[in-house]
Design a protein around this ligand. Structure first.
Ligand code: AHR
Ligand code: AHR
Length: 516
């Protein structure tokens, strides 16, 4: 096989050795909107440390300084055509604009997450497995927008039912062979389902016994293991066990984590494994466990099989949620020093959630103010105690929580990228959606209806002020407050909130600077 150009260049880049590793931190200015010249990626650092990447997956950026191939593939709903999304420049960030033009006026799913290591370990739609049928669902390509290196990009939003896998890999650890892995995740998007994983799993899609997996897990399921607080926790899925330390169940060394952007690492070698994590926006890594294999039979030696999973358990358990931005798997047990240099490379990306304020431009943060005379101090807010959506007063002296509850991140529409969706500013991965024509704030499921329920098309405000927001799947209905609760409503109709009285005012909203 011919060595691809980018891989040859990557190898040449490695010849610069230690100096290149030293440069790895801080070379990607987080706020620069222009593309950078070739820089070091995490996989260059792992290679310099003697533990090269054997799989490298990201929808946001190249993970080698010399990579200029495709990052992922999307498929659009309108005609089922697919296209590859590449990088803006060699070693740089995703060309999200290519997705936006390809997916204009329709929706897209992520069909392939390419392996950048040159080994062909691409992640595609996971097949049925022992725990659940399949094939699994594919991620909505607009559900996890992010800003990376100052550029708009899209992560992989895993709703329950979504999963990616590669059962036929090259170079991934098997048996008790050493390996490392990390994933950069949305630390606010998780649940207690089984099992949002990234890493090594069974090639048969079934549970073949203890020690047949070694994967990063993130979430707050307590069935197998947990740490301090209420979660979520980073744990290692080693099959029939999410381990937070040497014991099944509780281990005091594994804390709940709360970073919006989370770096989560797991590594294992004969008789030894570790969990490490850190804030992917700044600072270093902490070691939550490093030591002997679990004191439960079947995990020493390990029986790793070398398939790769994302968003699911080894047996295709697919009841969990999470968001993935980038991750790799290595051959060999990386040193802490190598991982620390990788973390510095990750923090230098400057992952962040939004890029502007006060407008309906995707990436902007806004508050939505009612225009009806009763209610001009009221803003679209999510309730703290439940998932209902209301209008309620916010002032400069309101609490930070009240302000954040009334703040929204504007995204391209989940069911129609030419319209809009609204993610809560303080509940990551949760979107405004209607159900029985009432508004709720909820994480997405994997259905097309849910994406439509969460998509609104802005028009000029019906009373001449601001904007009205038309429901994507019920075009006669618009976002409306009625008795301080938010609905989608038509101008006269069978529901109480379809009342024609003050419909034009109740469906007109000012788009303001965000309160939080
Ligand atoms: O180890 C936890 C889960 O148990 C695995 O992911 C799955 O294969 C099994 O159901
Ligand atoms: O809100 C109207 C419909 O109610 C939604 O489209 C659907 O999710 C629910 O049945």
């Amino acid at each position: 096989m011919n060595t691809p150009t980018w891989l040859r260049r990557a190898r040449q880049a490695l010849l610069t050795g230690a100096a290149a590793v030293a440069l790895a931190a801080g070379v990607l200015p987080g706020t620069t909107a222009t593309s950078q010249a070739a820089v070091q990626g995490p996989c260059d650092i792992y290679a310099s440390g003697g533990t090269p990447c054997v799989a490298a997956h990201s929808t946001t950026r190249a993970l080698y300084g010399a990579y200029d191939g495709p990052l992922y593939q999307v498929r659009r709903a309108s005609d089922s055509a697919t296209t590859d999304i590449g990088v803006l420049s060699t070693g740089g960030y995703a060309n999200a604009a290519a997705q936006d033009s390809f997916c204009a006026n329709t929706s897209c799913v992520i069909t392939v997450i390419y392996d950048q290591s040159g080994r062909g370990n691409n992640l595609t739609q996971a097949p049925a497995g022992g725990a659940a049928g399949g094939p699994d669902s594919l991620a909505n390509a607009y559900a996890a927008p992010v800003v990376a290196g100052g550029h708009e990009a899209y992560g992989v939003y895993v709703a329950p039912g979504t999963g990616y896998r590669d059962d036929n890999t090259s170079g991934i650890a098997t048996g008790d062979a050493p390996e490392g892995m990390y994933a950069v995740l949305d630390g606010g998007h998780y649940d207690a389902g089984c099992c949002f994983d990234y890493g090594n799993a069974e090639t048969s899609n079934t549970d073949t016994g203890n020690g047949h997996m070694e994967a990063v897990y993130f979430g707050n399921i307590k069935v197998w293991g947990y740490g301090t607080g209420n979660g979520p926790w980073v744990m290692a899925d080693q099959e029939n066990g999410l381990f937070s330390g040497v014991n099944a169940g509780y281990n005091a060394g594994d804390p709940s984590v709360s970073d919006r952007f989370l770096t989560a690492l797991v590594k294992g070698e004969p008789g030894q494994w570790a969990i490490r994590a850190g804030n992917a926006q700044s600072g270093g890594l902490s070691t939550y466990y490093s030591g002997a294999r679990p004191n439960v039979s079947g995990y020493n030696p390990m029986h790793k099989e070398g398939a790769i999973i994302l968003g699911i358990g080894g047996d295709n358990s697919k009841g969990s949620s999470g968001t993935f931005y980038e991750g790799v798997m290595t051959s060999g047990y990386p040193s802490d020093a190598t991982e620390n240099a990788v973390q510095a490379n990750i923090t230098a990306v400057g992952y962040t959630t939004s890029s502007g304020t006060g407008s309906l431009t995707p990436g902007s943060r806004v508050s939505l103010q009612a225009t009806t005379a009763c209610c001009t101090s009221d803003y679209v807010s999510h309730d703290s105690g439940d998932d209902k959506v209301v209008i309620s007063p916010v002032t400069s002296s309101s609490s930070a929580t009240t302000k954040a509850d009334a703040s929204w991140i504007v995204h391209r529409g989940l069911a129609n990228s030419s319209c809009l969706s609204f993610e809560s500013a303080n509940a990551s991965g949760q979107y405004l959606r209607h159900y029985n024509f009432e508004l709720y704030l909820q994480p997405l499921d994997d259905t097309a209806t849910n994406a439509q329920d969460a998509t609104f098309c802005p028009t000029t405000g019906h009373n001449g002020q601001g904007y009205s927001f038309q429901s994507d799947n019920y075009p006669t209905k618009y976002l409306r407050h009625y008795d301080y609760t938010v609905y989608v409503a038509s101008d006269g109709g069978s529901n109480a909130w379809d009342s024609a009285t003050s419909w034009a005012d109740d469906t007109s909203w000012l788009v303001d600077q965000p309160w939080g």
